[in-house]
Design a protein around this ligand. Sequence first.
Ligand SMILES: C[C@](O)(CO)[C@H](O)COP(=O)(O)OP(=O)(O)OC[C@H]1O[C@@H](n2ccc(N)nc2=O)[C@H](O)[C@@H]1O
Ligand SMILES: Nc1ncnc2c1ncn2[C@@H]1O[C@H](COP(=O)(O)OP(=O)(O)OP(=O)(O)O)[C@@H](O)[C@H]1O
Length: 300
Amino acid sequence: MTVSLHHCPAPAKLNLFLHVIGRRPDGYHLLQSVFQLIDRCDMLHFDLRADGRIVRTTDVPGVPEEQDLIVRALRLLADEFQRRHGRAVPGIDVAVDKILPMGGGLGGGSSDAATALMAANQLWQAGLSADELMALGLPLGADIPFFIFGQTAFVEGVGEAMQPVAGPDCWYVVIEPGVSVPTPAIFGAVDLTRDTKPVTISDFSRDQSAQNELGGFGKNDLQAVAVRLFPPVAQAVEWLGSYGQARMTGSGACVFCAVSSESKADEVVAQVPAAWKAWKAKALARHPLKSLLQNRAVVE
Ligand SMILES: C[C@](O)(CO)[C@H](O)COP(=O)(O)OP(=O)(O)OC[C@H]1O[C@@H](n2ccc(N)nc2=O)[C@H](O)[C@@H]1O
Ligand SMILES: Nc1ncnc2c1ncn2[C@@H]1O[C@H](COP(=O)(O)OP(=O)(O)OP(=O)(O)O)[C@@H](O)[C@H]1O
């Protein structure tokens, strides 16, 4: 029996564009976006326990264990397991090597939770389908379904409606401007525009095939609000803009720019002012955990 799954990646995402096209009566915003996975990852390690407990074994500064999306997601899966199988789960230890910044717009918390759901579903032999895991995760974080979907996607609604789309095969330079942006503050701003005209998946694909891979399509409607509230985001957009189309991801704070090669990415990263953290990342067509789980890269 498999008792451990170590080195399970939880990759970041970039929103290649992000349009706010409306607002639901409950206050949530209707979005359109292309979500792109990149090869910058938190790393999670899972070991079965025998006492039914779900335990985070590493400290995550600023995130108490009870509030951690990983722990909350695993509790939901444990409840579902009990309903289906009429008995409690064996339990699990989770360790996290966290490198993705919080409030960075990279979806780190959601990605951690998605990786935990996929890994524990396998370790516990819970038997949920990907669609069932997505539905379980959505109330915890709007981006969790995307990470379980696990490939470049045209996303609509509040994050639950996804279609696969061919994304660019390129490198990115990403700047962390050193501020944490609270998502609710951006969506709640009075000056947020909520009426961008809807686009279609074909509009995006046509733009890509017109050799426009390096990021001209659409815009990020959350960016205008974030740069007003967080000056370091504005400074990063302006600085990176001299190397290409610089844009914020999600509700910020990170800013990215597509470049044509790894060496170009290295060149730009080397020039980034010391006040900011910056790194290169490659676009991923598929979630790296999917093949690891299929190939059973586990400790028995
Ligand atoms: C904007 C994105 O970064 C795009 O990837 C995400 O959809 C945000 O996802 P997230 O950080 O996981 O945010 P959630 O925890 O789901 O939502 C935080 C808060 O943002 C607002 N919110 C979020 C998503 C959405 N479609 N409309 C909203 O109005 C709501 O006030 C919500 O309470
Ligand atoms: N495992 C976790 N990792 C990161 N943040 C977590 C985790 N669990 C709970 N959180 C909470 O979720 C908040 C958002 O973190 P996250 O890393 O998902 O932000 P983000 O990159 O801005 O996400 P998004 O792109 O979805 O807006 C954090 O400020 C933190 O309080």
